[in-house]
Write a protein that binds this ligand. Sequence first.
Ligand SMILES: [Zn+2]
Ligand SMILES: [Zn+2]
Ligand SMILES: [Zn+2]
Length: 677
Amino acid sequence: MRIAEVAMPVPLEKAFDYEVPPALAASVAPGSRVRGPFGPRTLVGFVLSVRDGEPTRELKPLAKAMDPEPLLTAEQMALARWLAVRYCAPIGECVRSLVPPSLRSAMRPVFLPKAGPLPEPPEAPPAGFELTAGQSASFKRLDALLEARRYAAALIHGVPASGKTEVYLRLLRRAARGGGQALFLVPEIALTKPFFAEFSAGMGLPVALWHSGVGAKAKREAWLGLRAGSVRVVVGARSAALLPFKDLRLVVVDEEQDESYKEDDNAPYYHARDVVMERAKTAGALVVLGSATPSLESYSLAVPGGPVELLRMDERVAKGTPPPVVRVLARRGLERDCLSPELLAAVKERLQLREQVILLVNRRGYSNFVMCQGCSWVARCPTCAVAFVHHKGAAADLQDLFAGPAGYSLLCHHCGKDEPVPAVCGRCGKGPLKFSGVGTQKVVEELRSKLPGARVLRMDGDSTAGEKATEAGVWGAFRDGKADILVGTKLVAKGYHFPRVTLVGVVDADTMLSMPDFRAAERTVQMLVQAAGRAGRADKAGLVILQTAQPAHYAIQSVARGDYAGYAREELGLRRDLRYPPAASLARLLFLGKTEKATRAAGEAVAEALRAGSSDPDAVLGPAPGVHSKFEDWWRWHVLVKAADPAKLAEAVAAAKAVPLPSGVRVKVNVDPYDMF
Ligand SMILES: [Zn+2]
Ligand SMILES: [Zn+2]
Ligand SMILES: [Zn+2]
């Protein structure tokens, strides 16, 4: 009997065997879209493999082959299997993620277009444009790697405004010759448009656009065109990493450190950079990662003799633009004010020159850590090294920041460790201890009283859809000069450039460093370098002022010195000691339930089972409540599992999934997560 192994679109770990009736034998192959009975329903799934053999139990026959040819390529089927293993995700959901809904659920047969004669991109680069030495050297090296037509990966570590885009554009044109295909990834939908426009104009070839906002018809055309090889270049956000290709030769991942490349909402929880590197190996393609602040994941691979080649671009394109100056202001002792006299004086000076200022403050609500005003000690969990969060009660969310020590405790949101609030500092034995960071509201009030007449804009939303639009409005108003000072919580609009901003002040770098997350220092450094890149004009160096109580912290020091390599060395050492990514694999098992009791019980049961079955009980942390301990009516508790290698992690996750959960509680497994809240 011919047997087909079919991935059905259900959140189950396994695929299902079906009998292939002789009438369908010719049209059922790996990658075929098929309809088959599933419980009381019929579902459309994808064939993973076909074999001849005797079934061990009675199999149901497939009802129909949907299309004349397999819709998915062999490479995509291999990718689905890789996704399932790498991210501990159900195979059905992995296959599903590779096909847009309009094709997946099409009732009519899908015909693959036949690629006609392929147009060639023009050879000559646009006239009147000279590359800098850095651009030229990078392009030459990358072009040689591209010409070799086998897998290679390179990381362009370039200062902001070093002109990486021009290098990308020339490479894309080279890659698209002779039927080749190229994928260009950007972290945000908003950034796809300018690149799409630039590449469409400069390429002389049809360029496709891909992100979640593209309409069904355009998606279908792009997907089928790429599958057939007639579409040669695609510009897209994260999900473009899952598109089909006929002859992939180049993938560019711009701003590769950006967390948007990690899918944190829907299974499979993949990272686009990891996906394209895996696919490039199969296709024999070149991967180019670009960043001013490379992720530790990439940077740790870009060592001499390592799997990723490092290319530096240290020169700004606009000749003579001086690099920004970073000044660290040490804050000591108990201070009533958020803004030091030095920072205020610098702001005043810029405003007199009719220039603009950005003041960065941290997000509301997460600033509740404990710091000694005498010696700048921060209360951290001894096991996880992340900052303790100052809480009312053990697991409730922050109630009243200034209510005083009664009823408060310290909580580690990685492992759940719960401690009383200390009366004195854990290092100097004295104090006093301070229990909060700084909010945007307070900074704005201070500016109003100390710089009356200055026009101040405030932006401190979380990144929900409505607030994103508001943020865009605020950034737009600021760019148009409708305000002098922007007080914001983060640099959301990464594509914006503000030519009149010459000063960026970081009001409270300590809050950022003390986020309850093992990536806190990495995020701080990335944010500070980006902020520095935003300050300054063609004729005038920008100034970045960092206010911090921890001026000697390695992250602050490396930003001040412009020494990213030194920072990365230190940080990687810590990650190795504490077994965090990229030095180890990490899984976050997030339990979601309607009652806190059941949710917590689920976390406890799984943590207990994992510790009992492990030779390394220290590798299991928790359960702990999420930083957002309740969200949209769901209680959130998590268990973290560390492992030296992905295979060991997969074993632990499988063991965790085998533990029966209280009814009404579900678990979300996120491998190498970025969302730790
Ligand atoms: Zn102290
Ligand atoms: Zn801990
Ligand atoms: Zn909390």
